[in-house]
Design a protein around this ligand. Structure first.
Ligand SMILES: [Fe+2]
Length: 356
């Protein structure tokens, strides 16, 4: 009986009761568990309920024909094997059935050996298809798991890189994390795709990494920087660019993350640094990041001043809306701030709970 499991259910449909009885007896004697229907409608009902791996059906029946049964069965369960009984003068129908996916046909009157051989082969084929589908599903599951593990380790690495900056500059601890959160929320308001928001997260978490190249005394200096010191501080976008541009997993994001890091202090009107680029030369992500950066920096404590109010931070971006900052980014950011009552803690606590 080949691969046929004992008691494999087989549905037999024929309007001729004597044939049903005969086929049923033969199959039972050979270890199958046949069940029968005398018309197509009942047959299809039974099929939907039991989902047997193999269906034997007469081709010419009053009411629902064998061809219609075949079509419906394949619709419900594409792996099910359908064997057609053909009587005299049904050659065209048989060809049609085979084209529609019937596994085989048996001419009446039956040759018992051939009937058993055909059923056995169909049961076996059904088992093989199921096996293959199972293996494919297993493989897909493994790929999903591995991808998730890789993504996890990617985020962990980005987080660690971000922490390097903050270890040297405890005053800005959490700055990059909060900038990432705000940039992502602005991106979502501007209807960016999940992938673009993902890029904003990485750029946010790494944008100040170049500060590792700035002397630590400047980072923690409790008074405003002199011009020379301020110029030294301005090397950090370029240093950040140089640090991350060679990292393979950053390249895998298929977005110019190093460029966005380089441009995070550029302004639309060309008054930013390091290159003084203007609106047309800046990518949207950099524009979003510069708004998120200034809002977070102003509303946080700095070594040379206490935290400013959210109202002051808002005033800065509103005053320079369209000159320094991208208008749409400013509007999206203002909406976010106002939704949280101009309260920095409330806003960032909320952003921390969001996922995209
Ligand atoms: Fe910066």
């Amino acid at each position: 009986m080949g691969h046929a499991a004992p008691h494999t259910p087989i549905l037999v449909i024929d309007d001729d009761q004597s044939i049903l009885q005969l086929v049923s007896d033969i199959l039972t004697r050979h270890g199958y568990a046949p069940f029968t229907a005398e018309d197509g409608t009942t047959g299809l009902e039974l099929f939907r309920k039991e989902k047997p791996p193999v269906v034997l059906t007469d081709i010419q029946m009053p009411g629902v024909s064998g061809i219609e049964i075949l079509k419906k069965v394949k619709e419900v369960s594409p792996t099910a094997q359908v064997i057609i009984f053909s009587g005299f003068g049904t050659t065209d129908d048989v060809i049609r059935a085979l084209r529609l996916g019937a596994s085989d046909y048996l001419a009446k009157p039956f040759n018992i050996g051939l009937l058993l051989h055909t059923v056995s082969r169909c049961v076996e084929r059904h088992g093989l298809i199921k096996d293959r589908m199972g293996r494919k599903a297993l493989l897909e599951e493994t790929v999903r798991e591995r991808t998730a593990a890789l993504t996890e380790s990617f985020h962990e690495t980005v987080r660690t890189l971000g922490l390097i900056t903050e270890k040297r500059d405890p005053y800005t601890a959490g700055h990059q994390h909060r900038v990432a959160l705000l940039a992502m929320a602005i991106g979502a308001k501007l209807a960016l795709t999940t992938r673009e928001i993902e890029v904003l997260k990485v750029v946010g978490l790494l944008h100040d990494i170049g500060k590792v190249a700035v002397p630590v005394e400047l980072l923690v200096k409790p008074s405003l920087l002199s011009t020379i010191e301020a110029n030294l501080m301005k090397i950090h976008p370029q240093a950040g660019y140089d640090i991350i541009r060679g990292i393979p997993f950053i390249k895998s994001l298929k977005a110019d993350v190093p460029q966005m890091v380089l441009n995070h202090h550029e302004r639309l009107d060309g008054n930013g640094y390091p290159r003084g680029l203007t609106a047309d030369e800046l990518e949207l992500e950099s524009k979003i990041l510069s708004v998120a950066d200034v809002i977070e920096a102003m509303s946080s404590h700095r070594p040379y001043r206490p935290a400013l109010t959210m109202a002051a931070a808002k005033a800065e971006i509103l005053e320079n809306r369209g000159n320094a900052y991208c208008p749409e980014c400013v509007d999206a950011c203002i909406t976010l701030i106002e939704t949280h009552n101009d309260d920095s803690k409330q806003l960032f606590d909320y952003l921390d709970t969001r996922s995209y």
